[in-house]
Each structure stands twice: as C-alpha cells, then as structure tokens.
Design a binder for this molecule. Sequence first.
Ligand SMILES: *Cc1c(COP(=O)(O)O)cnc(C)c1O
Length: 502
Amino acid sequence: MTVQESQLESDRANELQRLVVPAIELIIEQIRDTDSGKRSLGPRHEDPKSLYSTLDLDKSLEKGLRDRESAPEEVLAVVKNILDTSVNTWHPGFLDKLYASTNPIGVLSDIVLSVLNTNSHVFTVSPALTVIERKVAQKYAALFGFTGPTAGGLTFSGGSWSNITSLHMARSILFPETKLDGNLHKFAIYTSVHSHYSVEKAAILLGLGARSVFKVPVDKKGRMDVKKLDDIIEKSKINGYTPLYVNATAGTTVFGSFDPFEEVATVAKKHHIWFHIDGSWGGNTIFSSKRNGLLRGSHLADSITSNPHKMLGVPTTCSFLLVPNDRVFTQANSLSAPYLFHNNEDDSDNFDLANGTMGCGRRGDALKFYLGWLYYGTAGYRDRVDHAYAMADYFVNKGSATPGFTIVSDTPVQCLQVCFYYAPGNKPLTGQQRTHVTRTIATRLHSSGEFLVDYAPNPDDAATGQDNGEFFRVVFNSPIVSSRVVDQLVHKVVELGSTIDL
Ligand SMILES: *Cc1c(COP(=O)(O)O)cnc(C)c1O
C-alpha cells in the first residue's frame, strides 16, 4: 500500500463522525443534566496523586504506547472519565476564581478554531482570522476611548502576557536604544499594593528585577493613593531610578477595586512615563450600563489589558492588549525576519500579526470573542455584566441582613466579587478562628457538589502584620446565577457554619 492509499483509506470524515458526534451528544446530555439539577459540580479531590489511578493514567498510556490503537469507544470512555473528574463550570454554584463557564457559541468558536488549526502569525496562512483580529481589536479599543485611525490591539495568551508585553513595549518605545543595548538605565515601575503579581513577574522577566517595582499604598476603597504615587516617583528619581511605567488596575484580583485613572494619567504625564491599565478582570465593566463610569479616564492610557475570557464567558484563553496606536506593536517587537515576514517596515500597517509580538505561532483567540460579540450583541454583553453586578449587589444586601456575615468588600461593589467573613452564631472570633471557619465551610460547600467558592487572606494584613483571618471571596460572574442561587448559598453557609465546633 502506498502512503497516499493508506491516507485515503483512513477516511477522515467518517473517523471524525465516529469520534466527535458521540462526544458532542455526551456533552449535551451532561449540560442538560446540569440544568435540570441532576449533575453536580463534580467531586472534590483531596489528593492529586489519587487521580493518577482514578483516571487510569498509567494503564491508559501503556495501552497507547502499546502497538495497538485505541478504538473510538475506548477514547470516548476516557473522555467521559475526564468530564466526570473535572470541575463542572456549567453548574450555577461555580463561583470560584474570576471566570465562569463558557456557552454554546463559545464551544462552537473553539471547534471552528480547532478545525481550521490556523496559525495566526502571518497573513498568508491566516487571512480571515487576521482581519477579524484586527477589526475586533479596533472595535474593542474604541469602547475604552481609543478611537484614532490606528487604534487597535492584539491577543496574547492571557492577561499576564498582555501585561508583560505592555511593560516591554513601554521600554522599547520610550527608550528605543534598549532594543539593542538592553537595560541601560535603572528603570522603576509603579503599581498598587493590591495589583496582580504579573506586574512583578514582568519586571523579573525583563531583567529590571522585583526591587525595581515600587508598590503604592491604597486608600480605604482599595484604590491607588495617587498623591503617594507622585511622592514615590519623586523619591525614586532622587535614588537614581529612571521612571518608566505605572500600572493601574481595573478590578483588583482580591477586592475588585478600580484605581482612579484620570489622576494616575496626570501623574504619568508629569513624569513622562507609560500608563498601563490592567483590566484583565474589570476591563469588561466597560459593557455595563451602570458601572462603566469606573473606567473613566481609560482613554488616557497608553495600553489596556482586557480579558474576554473572564467576565464575558469567552473560552479560555482570550486576552487583548489594546492601544491608541497599534504601530507600537511592531516598533517594539519586530526584528528583521524576511524569511517569515515579507512586510516588515516597523511603522507600516501590519497584517503579519506575530511581527507585533515576542512570539511566533499563535492561536486565533480573537475569533472566539468575535463570534460571541456577534451572537449576543453589545446589548447581550451589557445585560450579562449588569446582571452579574445585580447578583453581587443582591448578595451584599442578603449577607448584610443575615446575622454573622461581615462584608469586607467596598459597597456598592466595584467589581463582581464579594469578600466577607462569616461568624457562626454571630460570635466574636479571632483571626485564626475566622480562617478555620472560612476554610471549613468552603471545603464542605465543595464536597456537597453544590458550590465552589474561593477564599483569601486579607492583602492588607501582609502590610500591617495583623491577622484578621482569611475571608470568603465569592464571584458572581455568570448569567445562570439567579437570586435563588444566592439565597441557597447564604442558607448553606449558615447551615454548615452551625456544625463547626469553636
Ligand atoms: C486574572 C488577572 C490577571 C492575569 O490574567 P491571566 O489571563 O490569568 O493571565 C492579571 N491581572 C488581574 C487584575 C487579574 O485579575
């Protein structure tokens, strides 16, 4: 048999049908069961290592490595086992972390990406996905007030990489000689004590070092104290630093605070430094009809990270770095690589998207956001975000009216997470007891298969050296969360709390 014959005989269309159709039917059945209350959040796994045997990994790999293929039915059984041992994010009780389940259009968009298997690095092989990325980034950027003729953006593999790229672009654009000679100055960057760790990681990765990150204190609402920012910049200059970049956050990871962007912009301008907004979490509040004012001043930024994969239910990963002038991508990132990029004038219109990144091959993540936005419309995304805020507000009201709950978040909530303590029987508790209560209830909620919620130490404790104990952090970020689900959560916390011995 020649090679050509063997490929034809493999009959890919029928093979696809045998593998994919039953898998899709299984998935649809599971989502139906989730919606009717028959399917839980999935089991809680105490010991990661026990999953090696639950998933039969040693044996199944042995099979795969044996000289025998696996039949479609065998693979399907493995897929079912993976679904059954994973967290069911489609369950309304999934209130952990800052993302929610995806949705039917999200699943379709991921299937299309897999089938195309497009590498969005150069236009020749990625004609449609490239122009979709350019156009959707331009429309997304316009929401934040970047409306000039060259406004736009690119996707990166997560908010952290969008943030890291923004710092690198700041250095390359403000100090172009660094592209050839490296860190010629002792650069300083500024960010609030509540900001995401990716800012510090960016400083490490780019050779600035973690010590060059100056952490600015926050006010009572968790927002950067801009007066102190100015003081810290002045002081760092006296100490021989060259101010480079300030990161302000839209939706901090623990508390969900929004820094005052207009004031940060004024200070950034005064010191001629790059002004980045990390909106990985709260950037999509721009879609809200009631809370979008929290992003006032976003048009003054030099770059903004925003993740459709968090607040909008677009499949992970989908993160954009948006800029008022998209020529900065190639100016900061391109090399002469004529074997790959046939059009590498640094300031020309660029359709070979990898030329504007530090990577090469890239997945066309923008397609997922494009199809979601097309399907739901701007009004659908507005309703989604407004509903999520309404549920967070509802929880705050319900909790405040329930004995033993102490809401720690600023209210009305700035972003979609609510941080709170619960004291069974409304008893006064020490920090250690609070941590014990929080962890015990969170673990039991998870074991019940009904709710998955997160908890965190108070980030202010690290600064003050106090121990107020860990609090719950519950994220209301999904259109399937209703006031009934919130009522059940409050009820369940009280019920589980009553069984704890203190
Ligand atoms: C989640 C988050 C990030 C990181 O985004 P990833 O997509 O997880 O890399 C950065 N900043 C903030 C404020 C976040 O909440």
